[in-house]
Design a protein around this ligand. Structure first.
Ligand SMILES: Nc1ncnc2c1ncn2[C@@H]1O[C@H](COP(=O)(O)OP(=O)(O)OP(=O)(O)O)[C@@H](O)[C@H]1O
Ligand SMILES: [Mg+2]
Ligand SMILES: [Zn+2]
Length: 580
């Protein structure tokens, strides 16, 4: 039977034993002739679009334009190649099959081993004609490989699900064997731990934990010991999700492995340590920033995943309202002065700064950044790291950077009066200075800088604009539905009786949370002559706000309400966002 959907090991064996012939037809032809899912006219139109430079594969275009479902595309591909299409969601994978392909290899080639039948190892892959990778694999494992088809996303999910469970079990087994393995009667615990940390199950366990974070789109992975064991959490869209608990005895070797990779001191277990790890995933690398903190229950780890595709967003993809984007574009045209991005911890300030630099870069300016630490490397920008020797500090590095003839300076954060003062002087002497501050809105930023000792007349001369921001979770677009809202919330959110509001119900697509992704809530202050004069005269914050609103500033709370009215943000999420 051609183009079968297979959901279990039994079905897979049956399907593979009834030899299928491949169809010597293209995907498009199969969908038109064989499946009759699209018309020839539709196919011709798509092919024409491809010729006119749309760089997408036919299958992707078909799904994007809603002509066929993802499943129908995979079925047609399965027919083309004469192999089964495997649904991995409920497929029980044979643990024997797992032992033949290590996690790193599976990830590198985007495959998932499923089952061994006789001398054949069946693996799921998205592109079963990717022969070179199959050959590279067979060389190592001594089994004949047989490919079946599955979507890449399902393969990634299966990889993280199975490899971590399996490796945890193997690592535990290995631990009990460790002292015997090393023929030591009185084993030095650290020595044993270190040996275990270098062995395969543990190496794989850690990579599976990290990989799962990448697949889930997490920004951080927390590995936390407590009385019950070692708990793994992932931070996705700003919220911690509990993943699972592992045996406590795995903590030491796991930490040891992390320290080895991050070039930290293995023996030191009483002071906090920071490190950096670079991983390869397919052809792109992912940087991990590791921080280890001793607690009474053992060392606790936070791994920040720095994925360039997430962290280096263009300005247009930050989620700024178009009015805010226009104002920022105007501000960026200024050649000098001070521009600040403000908000609480984790509100996306650094991501915005990188997006701004990316815009500025286009004008070929000489850009120098001073960061603590450098999060993403940007080409065409000179980046200086402060963290390496903390006693140097932002202020001192900033002084020497000024002698280096920059046009634009990005200072990671203004933390103290000295940095505030030098940043202002730099802005006054013809540099364009960008930085961040931990304040809640635009006007309080002005007040805070003056409190930090910046002279009001100086600030009035340098400050060009402030962008205050927050990140809010977006409703999951798959399960958002209209909900009722109580009158108190309705009043706080300034909603009319007729305003419809939406919230996610929770579905498979969003891990039952009701949310998917985040967007920015923003407030942009542009400092004009009138406002500058008021700042210089140390005007009261209420007067400054009044003036800013008159000249068109949209407050954070109003921007947030806009998102609720558009049905993008749930009222509950909006109310929990600190915007005033
Ligand atoms: N515009 C955005 N849309 C969606 N996610 C974003 C956006 N900006 C940042 N994020 C995500 O939010 C997290 C925090 O971002 P970022 O590090 O830029 O914040 P920050 O304000 O600089 O934090 P900190 O105060 O710790 O320096 C990251 O995971 C980032 O990928
Ligand atoms: Mg930051
Ligand atoms: Zn959902």
């Amino acid at each position: 039977m051609q183009g079968q959907i297979v959901r279990s090991q039994d079905e897979l064996c049956a399907a593979l034993s009834s030899q299928d012939s491949t169809l010597n037809q293209s995907l498009g032809e199969i969908l038109v002739e064989n499946q009759k899912l699209i018309s020839r006219h539709q196919l011709d139109e798509l092919l024409r679009q491809q010729q006119n430079g749309i760089q997408k594969r036919l299958g992707v275009m078909l799904v994007d334009q809603g002509l066929v479902s993802q499943e129908q595309v995979y079925l047609a591909l399965a027919m083309k190649f004469g192999i089964p299409y495997v649904r991995l969601d409920d497929f029980e994978i044979q643990s024997d099959a797992l032992t033949h392909i290590p996690a790193e290899v599976a990830v590198r080639y985007n495959i998932m081993p499923l089952v061994i039948i006789g001398r054949r190892l069946v693996v799921a892959m998205e592109n079963p004609v990717d022969l070179s990778s199959i050959e590279a694999l067979t060389f190592a494992i001594n089994l004949k490989l047989e490919a079946v088809i599955a979507p890449l996303r399902d393969i990634s999910v299966a990889q993280s699900k199975y490899y971590s469970r399996f490796d945890e079990y193997e690592a535990l087994k290995d631990k009990h064997l460790a002292p015997i393995d090393y023929h030591v009667s009185q084993p030095d615990p650290m020595h044993v731990v270190e040996a275990q940390a270098r062995k395969k199950p543990l190496v794989r366990l850690l990579s599976a934990i990290v990989l799962q974070g990448v697949v889930r789109g997490a920004s951080d992975i927390n590995i936390r010991p407590d009385k019950d064991g070692v708990k793994i959490y992932y931070r996705v869209d700003g919220t911690l999700q509990f993943s699972r608990v592992m045996d406590r005895s795995l903590l030491l070797p796991l930490i040891c492995r992390i320290k080895v990779l991050g070039e930290m001191d293995i023996a030191e277990r009483r002071v906090p340590q920071d490190g950096h790890i670079r991983l390869m995933r397919g052809t792109r690398h992912i940087d991990l920033r590791v921080s280890i903190m001793p607690t009474v229950d053992g060392e606790s780890v936070v791994i920040r995943i720095l994925d360039k595709e997430v962290g280096l967003k263009p300005l247009s993809r930050l989620g700024l309202a178009s009015v805010a984007q226009q104002k920022i574009a105007t501000l960026l045209q200024r050649q000098s002065g001070l521009f600040l991005v403000v908000g609480p911890t984790g509100s996306g300030k650094t991501t915005t700064l990188y997006a701004l630099l990316n815009e500025i870069k286009k004008a070929h300016a000489h850009i120098i950044t001073i960061e603590d630490p450098v999060e993403y490397e940007m080409s065409g920008v000179e980046q200086v790291q402060v963290a390496a020797s903390r006693e140097v500090g932002f202020a001192r590095v900033l002084r020497s950077v000024l002698r280096h003839d920059p046009d634009v300076i990005m200072v990671g954060e203004i933390r103290d009066s000295e940095t505030a003062e030098i940043a202002n002087k730099a802005a006054l002497t013809g540099h364009f200075v960008l930085s961040t501050l931990h304040t809640y809105d635009c006007i309080s930023t002005v007040i805070r800088l003056i409190d930090m000792g910046v002279k009001p007349y100086l600030l009035a001369a340098t400050l060009r604009g402030v962008l205050a921001q927050r990140l809010v979770r977006l409703n999951c677009h798959l399960c958002a539905e209209s909900i009722a809202i109580d009158s108190v919330s309705r009043n706080i959110l300034k909603l009319n009786e007729s305003d419809q509001v939406l919230a996610g119900r929770g579905c498979d697509g969003c891990n039952q949370s009701g949310y998917q992704g985040r967007t920015l809530v923003s407030e942009v202050l542009m400092v004009d002559d009138t406002l500058a004069a008021m700042i210089s005269a140390k005007a009261d914050s209420s007067l400054l706000i009044e003036r800013a609103l008159t000249s068109g500033m949209v407050r954070l709370s109003d921007d947030l309400i806009r998102l609720v009215k558009m049905g993008l943000v749930a009222p509950g999420e909006a109310l929990s966002c600190t915007v005033t």
